[in-house]
Structure formats: structure tokens, C-alpha cells
Design a protein around this ligand. Structure first.
Ligand SMILES: Cc1cc2nc3c(=O)[nH]c(=O)nc-3n(C[C@H](O)[C@H](O)[C@H](O)COP(=O)(O)O)c2cc1C
Length: 262
């Protein structure tokens, strides 16, 4: 097995094949934002949700419940509503580039999984941590499990954020979701169709950048933080402007003054 740490180290896992399968899945998973219309058998949806529910959660609160939406008309209404979040965001901050966001395309995916968080489970957290951060963290980790499971079954997923604002309220109303639940995340599931559409070609640079990850050597510190490797403010800003999908088309880094005033 190829070591990612150095030639002399090798992974002495109980089952090295299991590690390799997991790493391959993690590397293969990509956010896919175009889907074929082919239906996804319910047994596959249940299989990926079965992995999602095994995720760790703060205090084992397991705050998640899942709404599986297959009806096309409802999916399209959800997509329209979710996309409105982006027009609002763009109005407030025109510098953001949301061009590879999944939200306008949610309706294409044959299945939408709306991930709900039971707010009452926050009572399981110590009072100083009662805010919804632990709830949201728990939901996020369960979504990653869901995504890896989908990848293992040849299914594609993405992640649509709803947090706050009118889309959340509208979708709650549309699906009859009780107020006790947060409605922050939508995961489309389907068979990938990122074929050579004009849009796919145009977005290829952004998608390629999204696949990049910072190397271990830049992000791992053994025992004590190695300050010689801390990113400067300029490097951090450059990363945001050149490597994240939000601003990926803005290749030039704005002057430092402009960055600090943002
Ligand atoms: C917490 C979280 C929120 C995200 N929200 C959105 C979103 O609202 N719309 C979207 O298209 N992608 C969203 N994504 C997907 C990221 O843009 C994507 O994971 C990242 O660009 C890396 O690309 P990859 O998933 O293809 O590896 C989100 C991902 C996470 C973890």
C-alpha cells in the first residue's frame, strides 16, 4: 500500500484493504450537480440512510431524521425555493460567485433527502453548549457518512445549504415539517450526469479546483504547532480567492487593504 506519510512508514492496519477501500471512496466522492432522471431504487436510499444513522453525534443525541422526496413537482418547487437563497445572497454581497451551486438544479435529482435536526435534542448538551452548533455538527457528520455510502453504491450526491431565511420556512411548509426540526440541509441523490454539456465544460476549472485538497504536510502538526508553517494572512486570502469554489473565477487576489476591509 502506498504510504501518505513517508516511504519508511507503512500502515499496519488489521485489514489494510478496508483502509484502501475507505480512502478510495473518500477520494472518489465528488459533489455532483447534474443528474440523470433514472429513478433510484428505494432499497439503495434505505441502505445509504442506514449508514448515515450510524454516525457519531454530540452526546449520542442522534438528532437527525430524513425526508425522502421523490415527487417531481415537489422537487422542482424545492429547487426554486432553495435557489432564491442565492439571489438574496448575491444581492447582499455581489462579489460572491455561486455559479456552481447545486440549489437551482435540485429538481433534476430523482431523490432529495432533506436532513432534519430535532432541536429538542440540544437539551442533551451541557448548558454552555446549548446553541445549535453541536446539533449542526452532528447533522454534518451524518451527511458525510450518507455521501460515502452513496458513492460506494455508484450514486452521486451534493450538498445544498438552506440555513436561515425564507427558503427554510417555505420548504418546511411545503413538506409539513413540524417546527421542532431544523431544515438546514438538502442532499440530492441520483446517477451522475456531468457529461459534456456546455455548462459542464464551462465549469470544469471550478470543479477541478474543488477536487484539490491541501496536502498532509501543510496541515498536520505532530505534538506542537510548527509556527514556521502557519499560513500568512495574505496566503490565507489568496487561498480563498484562488482555491475555493465561491470565488474561483476571481483569479487575482485583491489588494490587502480591500481584503481587510471586507
Ligand atoms: C457544510 C457544507 C455546505 C455546503 N453547501 C453547499 C451548497 O449550498 N451548495 C453547493 O452546491 N455545494 C455545497 N457544498 C459542497 C461544497 O461546495 C463542496 O463539497 C466543495 O466545493 C468540495 O467539492 P467536492 O464536494 O466535489 O469535493 C457544501 C459542503 C459542505 C460540507
Amino acid at each position: 500500500m502506498q504510504s501518505h506519510f513517508g516511504k519508511e512508514d507503512s500502515v499496519q492496519a488489521v485489514d489494510p484493504a478496508a483502509y484502501q477501500i475507505l480512502r478510495d471512496l473518500a477520494a472518489q466522492r465528488r459533489s455532483v450537480r447534474r443528474f440523470k432522471p433514472d429513478p433510484v431504487p428505494r432499497v439503495l436510499i434505505e441502505s445509504i440512510l442506514d449508514v448515515a444513522r450510524l454516525a457519531p453525534s454530540a452526546a449520542n443525541s442522534q438528532p437527525w431524521e430524513f425526508m425522502v422526496v421523490e415527487d417531481e413537482d415537489t422537487r422542482r418547487r424545492i429547487a426554486r425555493t432553495a435557489a432564491s437563497l442565492f439571489s438574496d445572497a448575491r444581492k447582499r454581497d455581489p462579489s460572491f460567485n455561486w455559479s456552481i451551486a447545486v440549489q437551482p438544479f435540485l429538481g433534476q435529482a430523482p431523490v432529495l433527502i432533506v436532513v432534519l435536526g430535532d432541536r429538542r435534542m440540544m437539551d442533551a448538551y451541557p448548558s454552555i453548549l446549548r446553541g445549535n452548533v453541536l446539533l449542526r455538527q452532528s447533522l454534518s457528520i451524518c451527511i458525510y457518512g450518507l455521501q460515502l455510502a452513496a458513492t460506494s453504491l455508484g450514486l452521486a450526491t451534493a450538498w445544498g445549504t438552506l440555513q436561515g431565511g425564507s427558503p427554510e420556512a417555505e420548504i418546511r411548509e411545503m413538506l409539513g415539517i413540524p417546527d421542532i426540526f431544523t431544515v438546514d440541509h438538502i442532499v440530492p441523490v441520483g446517477y451522475p450526469d456531468e457529461s459534456e454539456t456546455l455548462r459542464a465544460v464551462a465549469l470544469a476549472p471550478a470543479r477541478n479546483l474543488a477536487a484539490l485538497r491541501r496536502p498532509l504536510v501543510d496541515i498536520v502538526h505532530w505534538g506542537r504547532y510548527d509556527s514556521s508553517r502557519v499560513r500568512s494572512a495574505q496566503e490565507a486570502a489568496e487561498f480563498i480567492w484562488t482555491q475555493t469554489v465561491t470565488r474561483v473565477r476571481s483569479r487575482s487576489v485583491p489588494p490587502r487593504d480591500e481584503l481587510s476591509s471586507r
